[in-house]
Design a protein around this ligand. Sequence first.
Ligand SMILES: [Fe+2]
Length: 373
Amino acid sequence: MERYKGFACHPTVCPVGNDYHIIVPTNFEMALSVLVDGEEYFNHSNGIVLTSCPIQQITVPAARLDAAREYTLRVRRVIKRMPYGTLTGRPVKITYPFRPIEKTEGIRLYQIADSHGIVEESVAAAKRFGEPLDLLVLNGDIADSSENIERITTTYKIASAVTGGEIPCVISRGNHDLRGAAAEHLAEYMPNQNGRSYYSFRVGCLWGLLVDCGEDKPDDHREYGHMVCCHAFRREESAYIRQVIAQKQNEYEAEGVKYRLVISHAPFAWTDHPPFDIEQELFAEWCRLLKAEVKPHLMLCGHIHNQIISPVGGELDHKGQPCPVLVGTKVDRRARPPYYAGMGLTLQRDSAEVVFNTKDEIRLTQTVPYSAE
Ligand SMILES: [Fe+2]
């Protein structure tokens, strides 16, 4: 589909809770709304349409878009915003088809993590995994930092090239995403639930929990220059995980849920060497809660720039893995052209077929059984 000139790339449709957030980086100031089955949804703050944000985000109910199988973006370019009679261009409408997850077996998803700005090779790796793709997972550190809007937009450019705005895309935050002057706007520019970067989501029969470990060293590390408070953030997240468990009938035990995934940039059941050996007690508690209550089928991770399948008790299990952990990235930024390998998954009833691949080769194919319940 041809891209509208006012958009920096195609929209990205991100599942958050029982909604989708439709996110579009833009090339000029606009009033943007989304029409789904005759209902119009806006990017607004208490009734005021937001036009100056370079990345627009609009929430629509997932059930409604799943049923409609298409959405229309309505653009009004802002020529001059004034207290009376704001001048706007003629409205433009762009319609995208949307393919929700309806099957219950053979669900195909691809994970890109730690691409650190390598766009072409990571997109080509996802495409090599092949069609039809049902879900894209961008699992953090897609750009090298959040130094400016362009860097943050890298995530959406990759999503655009792989999904074309036509299938859902889960976006998590990696530790490098917390760095840089534009990072303080991440909650505005990335999918979030009431400003939180950790939340559960639902796509078809798949329930997921996005877990955000934040930075990977102690908050007082000199690299951060007093710009992070991730310990306090993680404690709030612990309370959220408990809240999800308390409401399990509406979460992972809800009607129709067949697969439970945990998606976390960092494989937090593993303990790295100092100064990366943070939060051992708190992360062990997350593992314990997930194992005892949520009983995930799989945990998908990146961060350590390696491709490892770690079953319960495996090489990444230092704190009590709740389920098999799949770490799915190999990356070499210095190679010319850059080297990037990602991970494809096909979810079957009792196991997942895992593929590690680059744009040119399949590095490994393995069947991974889910944890015995
Ligand atoms: Fe990372």
